[in-house]
Design a protein around this ligand. Structure first.
Ligand SMILES: [Zn+2]
Length: 500
């Protein structure tokens, strides 16, 4: 039996996004549990599809004794502020030091954190943890599929293990996989061999979905390579919205087996390099997408529109109005958009009361280029307190606390409704609509502020899915960002222009 510290500090940083992550954002969690310290970590993540939950369960099943340290996550946004990074990191380190002597450390990290003061947030966290526990104690971290994995992270951790699914239905399973590697290190007293390579092109997040090509085949290849060589491999297509030198795709792996060598990683790198052209993806302008959706969608088989560039899961504030405006302009029927994150309008709806009609100025608060508030008369159809537990495959077991919510119906375009929430969270679970009495399957058009995660719960009911390009800070084409710190020589989209 070993004594293992459990910690976590997750942020996915879109350095081009309008708002930074402060302590209040880590307290709110954005759908994840709010910041936790000590023993309460265990109950906060229990039963949810969260990496730490999977790791805790796997380590306990192997008889280890666990010490809770610090666990915090916030909605994706611009940089983590320096002060709030220090506040959480200091608490994590203080508790790891207080837990000595330790035999191992497991960390639940994202892998795309940019701090005002550190471009490579996780590299810095791992540097401090390594300095605290020394070289002898194994440190293993699980990572998001959207990790931008750096050389410093690989050097400072004994192993890194990333999700293999996008939508991330395997978060808890990934935590368990990382835990098994840690357990193997503790039992053998050895460290695995390792390999790591970065690729030289970026691809937008809508194209990274593991349900579709080329990622479906790449992850199959990853599993085949593990069958052949043993060990644990990861492929992270990265988060192409974090402007720092090492942003982008990476492959990495670890193995104890005789047959294992960095060849396994090299073969996986080859598969990703060969797939470059297949990452190109069709995006639709909002008016075109709505026209097609009006024609094809029917109650029982809605067309699902992904408002990808304002995805709160990629740094959007979820308050741009471009797609909602297109739905209203074209007088769509049986159409619902969710979730528009607008606390002021949600409060106004609660003050007005259910059944009343009032003038609203919806969204547009983030001052995104090409976007503005949408003013008009809306009827308040339903109110909610924003507390419910998700049941879809991705957010299964997540206990939501989204603040006051409201369902509004446009008076100008009475076939169009909008679901409002007060706290940022990506629309990736049907329960976000059911909380206000909307059954998504009965609509003709369901518009979602999400890039890919929605597919886990919504694709089974969708007649068709279209990825829409409307105003927002989470650009689907990384070549449209003004990169300043990215290393030279990287192609800014598949087969696209080279950053110089
Ligand atoms: Zn992710």
């Amino acid at each position: 039996m070993a004594r293992i510290a459990i910690g976590g500090f997750q942020h996915e940083t879109n350095t081009f996004a309008p708002s930074k992550a402060d302590y209040a954002a880590f307290e709110a969690g954005g759908g994840w549990p709010g910041a936790q310290y000590g023993e309460p970590i265990f109950s906060a993540v229990e039963g949810a599809n969260i990496p730490a939950a999977g790791a805790i369960q796997a380590l306990r099943a192997r008889g280890h004794s666990l010490v809770g340290t610090a666990w915090a996550a916030a909605s994706p946004s611009a940089h983590v502020t320096a002060d709030d990074f220090e506040r959480i990191a200091t608490e994590l380190l203080r508790r790891i030091e207080a837990a000595a002597p330790l035999d191992g450390v497991y960390l639940d990290l994202h892998g795309a954190m940019v701090v005002e003061t550190h471009d490579d947030g996780e590299g810095e966290i791992l540097r401090r943890v390594r300095a605290a526990v020394g070289a002898r104690v194994p440190v293993v971290a699980s990572l998001d599929l959207h990790a931008n994995v750096t050389r410093a992270m690989v050097e400072r951790a004994d192993a890194l293990v990333a999700y293999r699914t996008y939508p991330h239905v395997d978060m808890a399973e990934t935590g368990a996989r990382a835990a098994r590697l840690l357990d193997q290190m503790l039992r053998s007293g050895e460290r695995p061999k390792r390999g790591f390579q970065q690729l030289d092109y970026l691809t937008g997040i809508p194209s990274q979905c593991s349900f579709i090509e080329p990622c479906r085949t790449i992850y199959q290849e990853l599993s085949a390579l593990e069958e052949r060589y043993g060990g644990v491999l990861s492929f992270t297509p990265g988060f192409p919205m974090a402007d720092f030198a090492e942003c982008g795709m990476a492959v990495f792996g670890y193995g104890f087996e005789e047959a294992w060598s960095a060849d396994a990683v090299e073969r996986l790198r080859g598969a990703v390099a060969d797939a470059e052209k297949d990452f190109a993806m069709e995006l639709h302008e909002a008016p075109d997408a709505v026209r097609r959706a009006r024609r094809l969608g029917e109650p029982g088989a809605p067309v699902v529109l992904a408002d990808t560039q304002d995805n709160p899961g990629a740094g959007g504030n979820g308050d741009t109005t471009g797609l909602l405006r297109s739905l209203m302009d074209q007088d769509a029927t049986d159409a619902v958009l969710g979730m528009l994150i607008d606390p002021a309008s949600a409060r106004r709806a609660h003050e007005a009361g259910q059944g009343s009609t009032a003038i609203f100025s919806l969204g547009g608060k983030s001052r995104i280029a090409g976007d503005s508030p949408l003013a008009g008369e809306f009827t308040v159809e339903r109110l909610g307190e924003g507390r419910f537990t998700c049941s879809g495959p991705m957010f299964k077991g997540f206990r939501m606390n989204l603040g006051p919510m409201a369902l509004l119906r446009s008076r100008a375009a009475p076939g169009v409704r909008a679901v409002l929430a007060s706290r940022k969270c990506q629309a990736a679970d049907q329960d976000m609509f059911r909380h206000l009495g909307v059954e998504p399957r009965r609509e003709r058009i369901v518009a979602l502020k999400s890039s890919v995660h929605f597919r886990a719960d919504f694709e089974p009911i969708a007649k068709e899915v279209m990825v829409v390009k409307a105003p927002g800070p989470a650009l689907a084409d990384p070549a449209e960002f003004k990169w300043t710190k990215l290393r030279k020589g990287v192609r800014l989209r598949p087969l696209g222009p080279v950053h110089s």
